[in-house]
Design a protein around this ligand. Structure first.
Ligand SMILES: Cc1ncc(COP(=O)(O)O)c(C=O)c1O
Length: 386
């Protein structure tokens, strides 16, 4: 088969290899505690289910406008008013098929072949592939545990090259849970703007910050591009719905790209998402945040006790990124071993970059507390028997 050379530049999502191994073991009847994926295991809120039924009954099953239905774009703008005190024109909001589609649109909008994009290492693995897909070059900036894995303006300045055009980062970050405060975001935005670059901040884990305030980059840099999604805080991974906030000047091109590449986001999912932004549902989601905080606190303390290195408690997100020095010297082999022997699935650091990737693993705390307790007990036994 003939295939484009570009495809060979993409890297596979290693967590998918873990998923396959998990499924093999489960098909043999093994109980596996699954701490490898990033989807909160909560039931869909009743109001969202009801809105979906209503959308079906009312036959809201046709294409919508490419950037999404007006009431949803307005409701997202209201969400920023309520959460961040920001007044956003709904015309600057594009509803997308998951934030993944928003990242794809931005790759197409911002990157010429040969352009460089600075990304954090470790970071969300698909970002580099969105950059490569557009013919760009990922340029990695290592972020280190000693600095709470936070990307600094000084690091961006140090890694910016002649061909660099953009900086993409997430706050809270995957896999590290690092959160950037208003000062840090402001300094980053100023640095990128000084270099005439474009700042893209992925805020998909907003709503899942457990310590300290939640700052959107839009509070300090009105011209930044912001990614968000109904997948994480709203727990709607399978609905495939996200959004993008962009400068007004970009909206025409984004509309053309979205129209051509996927015509419109799912109509039914958009009606469901409208219900997800209802204050009653948001109150339910806030209660879940407290539950996630308890899980995080439990897991961090328990893993530290087992010998994992977690220098700082992750301030947000759904993950604990832990060092395994002293326990093992290869994260991939360690994940395989613990899956086989302990029946606990988690992800090797090599999925997220190369910097100390063989010395780190990622646990997600999306499972309920009793399952986390079981995971820790199993790991304790498996480690003691080595
Ligand atoms: C940082 C980050 N951005 C984007 C995504 C993509 O999410 P979705 O396409 O479901 O919105 C993920 C998924 O795990 C993520 O962790």
């Amino acid at each position: 088969m003939r295939r484009a050379r570009r495809v060979a530049t993409l890297t596979s999502f290693k967590v998918v290899d873990v998923l396959e191994a998990v499924e093999r073991l489960q098909s043999q009847g093994r109980d596996i505690v699954r701490l490898e994926a990033g989807q909160p295991a909560f039931a869909t809120p009743a109001r969202v289910v009801e809105a979906t039924r209503r959308a079906l009954a009312e036959e809201r099953t046709r294409y919508t406008s490419a950037l999404g239905i007006e009431p949803l774009r307005e409701a997202i703008a209201d969400f920023y008013r309520w959460r961040h005190g920001l007044t956003l024109d709904p015309a600057r909001i594009a509803v997308t098929t998951g934030s993944s589609a928003a990242l794809a649109l931005l790759g197409d909008l911002l990157i010429e072949p040969g352009d460089g994009v600075v990304l954090t290492d470790p970071g969300y693995p698909c970002n580099a592939n969105f950059v490569r897909r557009a013919g760009g070059e990922p340029q990695w900036i290592p972020v280190v545990a000693e600095q709470g894995y936070r990307l600094t303006a000084a690091a961006v300045a140090g890694h910016w090259r002649a061909n660099t055009v953009s900086a993409w980062l997430a706050s809270p970050a995957n896999p590290t849970g690092a959160v950037l405060d208003a000062d840090a975001l402001g300094e980053l935005a100023a640095e990128v703007s000084r270099r005439r670059g474009t700042l893209v901040v992925d805020e998909i884990y907003h709503g899942l910050i457990y310590d300290g305030p939640e700052t959107s980059v839009l509070e300090v840099a009105a011209d930044a591009f912001v990614i968000n999604s109904f997948s994480k805080y709203f727990g709607m991974t399978g609905w495939r719905l996200g959004w993008l906030v962009a400068p007004q000047a970009a909206m025409g091109d984004l509309n053309t790209l979205a129209q051509n590449f996927y015509i419109s986001p799912s109509s039914i999912a958009q009606h469901a998402a409208l219900a997800a932004l209802h204050p009653e549902v948001l109150a339910e989601l806030e209660a879940r945040r407290e539950e996630l905080r308890c899980r995080r606190d439990f897991l961090v303390a328990a893993l530290r006790e087992l010998g994992f290195a977690i220098p700082r408690v992750p301030a947000g997100g759904l993950y604990v990124y832990a060092g395994i020095d002293g326990l093992a010297d290869d994260s991939e082999a360690f994940c395989r071993e613990m899956l086989e022997r302990a029946g606990v699935a988690f992800t090797p650091g090599t999925d997220f970059g190369t910097h100390r990737a063989r010395q780190c693993v990622r646990f997600s705390y999306t499972e309920p507390l009793p399952r986390l307790e079981l995971a820790v007990e199993r790991l304790r036994l498996a480690l003691a028997q080595r």
